[in-house]
Write a protein that binds this ligand. Structure first.
Ligand code: NAP
Length: 446
């Protein structure tokens, strides 16, 4: 039900987030409608698509917490059978209703991930962890079956900059180092020298220590391996001309060698190399849905100030708010996104009850993101929402789809959660996730 797969027991942050959501959902004033897409059609044909204009008459306040759902693509690497965005793999291994294709892992020996963020490391761990270890957690059985047939032996994680600029966090890197059945290929010690001689931050020092120590399994001691390929930027992918057989012939990824310019940007050195690989996965980050109203293409997310949405002229759109990645872009970890949500909730309350002492939780010194930190004002705003809503409840389209079982409510969510945990218990795992069709069949008839 969550968007990522857990390969370990639930972290305290995830537990905290789930409990907060449950607390809010117990309030009878909250109604949850799942499987509804606003404006953009979903890849799930059962989903309900509702124009934003239909919502507007029914509510006096609107908060976008729609995240960043569109993967950034690389201009030199158009999607093909040999090149997929990371989101396609993540959707496959989480059984997301978008029905992403199953990767032909039984024919793939070498995977190249472009980008060195946490999503890349998540995918690498998924490909390199023995399925018997994953089986305890919430990885769906059909996914485990495909992973059990996987021919993947090496995962290259390619970054256009160096180890001190890599986007992954040390926690995720440590998990890579501790993989039980894979080892990291030794790094060139020259790659671990800070190029500008500047003092390292705490995070950079920790990364350096981990990289110097290397993986728990020494190179050469395991069949499966992985590498961090720093200072490489893709320039193209030459697809094979031979037809695929039991193991598909490799494509050839061309890479420009890079170095850092004074502003820490990657620039080509003039040298190039070629990497034979059976699958390229682009993992370059995400942006918000560009057709969303008040989306700013230059930012890649909604135009906001202090959690309030702004129109193209920079005026506040009265009573319309955004929080998390929809407001500030795809960065930061769960705790920061939650604190941003609390801060925006406080802004909504302050706007609704000016002069009153209203606050959800103290923000403290957690990084709440630029959206919630900065000012913004309701004065001189543009109105798109009514001051009083038309009747009680959601638009008729939503009520109708709810009766047809296409829209899910919180009771459905809880029922599926309990059933997934029950099915998991029978198999000795944390949960057995249901695909959308299974969940729908389980819930019917309402
Ligand atoms: P990300 O952290 O923004 O990393 C994107 C990577 O792609 C960077 O290495 C970036 O390199 C590279 N890149 C971008 N454009 C490129 C280009 N044109 N050519 C070559 N490389 C390019 O994105 P993400 O991995 O999708 O993660 C998004 C957010 O989710 C992050 O805040 C992450 O921490 C969070 N997340 C957290 C977890 C967790 O806590 N377990 C799991 C998943 C995601 P440059 O730095 O050079 O631009």
């Amino acid at each position: 039900m969550a968007s990522t797969i857990r390969r370990r027991a639930r972290s305290p942050e995830v537990k905290n987030c789930t409990h907060k959501f449950d607390d809010a959902a117990e309030d009878p004033r909250l109604r949850f409608f799942g499987n509804v897409n606003i404006d953009t059609p979903s890849q799930n044909p059962d989903a309900v698509t509702l124009p934003l204009s239909s919502l507007l008459q029914h509510y006096t306040h609107l908060l976008f917490s729609t995240g960043c759902t569109v993967p950034l693509l690389h201009p030199a690497l158009p999607p093909s059978a040999y090149c997929v965005p990371a989101l396609s793999l993540v959707h496959w291994y989480t059984q997301h209703p978008s029905r992403s294709p199953t990767p032909p892992l039984d024919k793939i020996s070498h995977v190249t991930l472009i980008g060195q963020g946490n999503v890349s490391l998540d995918i690498a761990r998924m490909l390199l962890t023995p399925p018997s270890e994953l089986a305890k957690y919430d990885v769906p059985t059909p996914v485990l079956d495909v992973l059990a047939q996987s021919a993947v032996e090496h995962v290259s994680i390619v970054g256009r900059r160096g180890p001190f600029q890599a986007a992954f966090t040390t926690k995720e890197l440590r998990e890579m180092m501790n993989l039980t059945d894979a080892s990291m290929v030794s790094l060139d010690p020259a790659a671990l020298e800070p190029s500008d001689g500047a003092a390292l931050t705490r995070q950079q020092s920790r990364t350096l220590q981990l990289l110097q120590k290397g993986s728990k399994n020494k190179p050469g001691s395991t069949r499966k391996t992985w590498s961090l390929d720093f200072f490489r930027s893709p320039t193209g992918l030459v697809l094979p001309s031979e037809p695929a057989s039991s193991v598909r012939p490799p494509a050839h990824l061309t890479l420009a060698h890079t170095m850092l310019d004074p502003s820490m940007r990657a620039v080509p050195t003039g040298e190039t190399s070629t990497l034979p690989t059976s699958l390229v996965v682009t993992s370059l980050g995400h942006r918000a849905e560009p057709s969303a109203p008040w989306y700013d293409p230059a930012l890649g997310h909604l135009r906001t100030l202090g959690g309030r949405v702004l129109d193209a002229a920079g005026r506040t759109v009265r009573n319309v708010y955004a929080s998390g990645w929809a407001a500030v872009g795809a960065r930061g970890v769960l705790a920061g996104t939650m604190m941003d949500a609390y801060a925006v909730a406080d802004t909504i309350l302050r706007d609704a009850f000016p002069g009153e002492d209203v606050k959800t939780v103290p923000v403290g010194d957690v990084d709440v993101g630029a959206g919630a930190r900065t000012g913004g004002t309701e004065a001189d705003g543009e109105d798109v929402l009514p001051r009083t809503a038309e009747g009680e409840g959601p638009p008729v389209e939503v009520e109708k789809a709810w009766r047809e079982g296409r829209v899910t409510d919180y009771a459905d969510w809880r029922a599926i959660n309990a059933e997934e945990v029950r099915r998991g218990r029978e198999k000795g795992k944390e949960r057995e996730r249901m695909a959308w069709e299974e969940a729908r069949a389980f819930l019917a008839p309402r």
